[in-house]
Design a protein around this ligand. Structure first.
Ligand SMILES: NC(=O)c1ccc[n+]([C@@H]2O[C@H](COP(=O)([O-])OP(=O)(O)OC[C@H]3O[C@@H](n4cnc5c(N)ncnc54)[C@H](OP(=O)(O)O)[C@@H]3O)[C@@H](O)[C@H]2O)c1
Length: 266
């Protein structure tokens, strides 16, 4: 039978799908006929998102809770997915958190947990599902980094570095996948309305006070469209795109001063 929608017959795993950008990314895929596997820690919210999207878009949505920041979280999640008899065609690595403030005196578990979730779990899941994608010659990975990926971030140092890792890793995989039919895109949002900023404590910074904040659906739409087109890097918003393009051209010392000022208390 011919497909009515481009995603029919395929399943996308979206991490961090209980709230924020992940919910809207999941909706973009559901609208195009993909079945969903949604994961995060908050069972009630996750189930509500799965119920809403499956009934709105007539697709199958499975909610599976997992703490991806815990060691082996990715393997544990993949085990549950396999047990449920599901296959992952597209992986959206969206779950992540940030933490604002000086590195000195900061909590080690918070800093290292950020690397565990933003980077380690992302690589762990990608490594599990990558061979199947290459073998099928379709599907792919949509990683969520940030405009923070383009510059070092004094007073939010580990978060910026964790997102630089995501950007570098994604671009490298994009090249490795060339000609295979597998897509790789890195979505780099600027400040976006979600729980992220409250959780990260960025509200008191100059950036938190002055930055233009985008709604999460246009951010997700840009990421989804970019993934469909196999666009290597997607920066949301014209101003963010210009700043990210200019960043490598400016002296690093000057950039550090600008970001330091933006990440300092207002
Ligand atoms: N909002 C922004 O300004 C902004 C800008 C640039 C990039 N980003 C990136 O966009 C992505 C999504 O952020 P958001 O803005 O949508 O933030 P959010 O509203 O805080 O959502 C984060 C998602 O990640 C999940 N999550 C957090 N810790 C987890 C863990 N240990 N295991 C599994 N899931 C976990 C959360 O669910 P549970 O709490 O239920 O687990 C939630 O679903 C992140 O990677 C973030 O770095 C955000």
């Amino acid at each position: 039978m011919p497909k009515n929608k481009p995603g029919e017959g395929m399943t996308v795993l979206v991490t961090g799908a209980s709230m924020g950008i992940g919910v809207d990314l999941a909706e973009c895929f559901a609208r195009d006929g993909y079945d969903l596997i949604l994961t995060a820690r908050s069972q009630v919210q996750l189930k509500a998102v799965a119920d809403r999207l499956s009934s709105t878009w007539s697709i199958k949505a499975t909610a599976i809770t997992e703490d991806l920041g815990a060691p082996g979280g990715g393997v544990a999640l993949a085990g549950k997915i396999k047990k449920a008899g599901l296959t992952v065609d597209v992986l959206v690595n969206n779950a992540g958190y940030g933490h604002a403030g000086a590195f000195d005196g900061s909590d080690a578990a918070t800093q290292l947990g950020m690397i565990d979730l933003n980077d380690r779990a992302l690589v762990e899941l990608t490594q599990i599902y990558w061979p199947g994608m290459l073998a099928r010659g379709r599907g792919g990975v949509l990683n969520v980094a940030s405009t923070a990926a383009f510059v070092p971030g004094p007073f939010m140092a580990v978060y910026y570095a964790s997102k630089a890792f995501v950007l570098s890793f994604s671009e490298a995989l994009w090249e490795e996948a060339r000609g295979t039919g597998v897509h790789v895109s890195c979505l780099c949002p600027g400040p976006t309305a979600s729980e992220f900023r409250a959780r990260a404590g960025t509200g008191a910074t100059r950036l938190g006070h002055t930055a233009a904040v985008m709604a999460s659906m246009p951010v997700a739409e840009a990421g989804y469209r970019g993934f469909v087109a196999n666009k290597r890097v997607v920066v949301t918003g014209a101003k963010n795109a210009i700043q990210s393009a200019l960043a490598p051209l400016l002296p690093r010392g000057q950039i550090l001063k600008v970001v330091r000022r933006l990440q300092s208390p207002a």
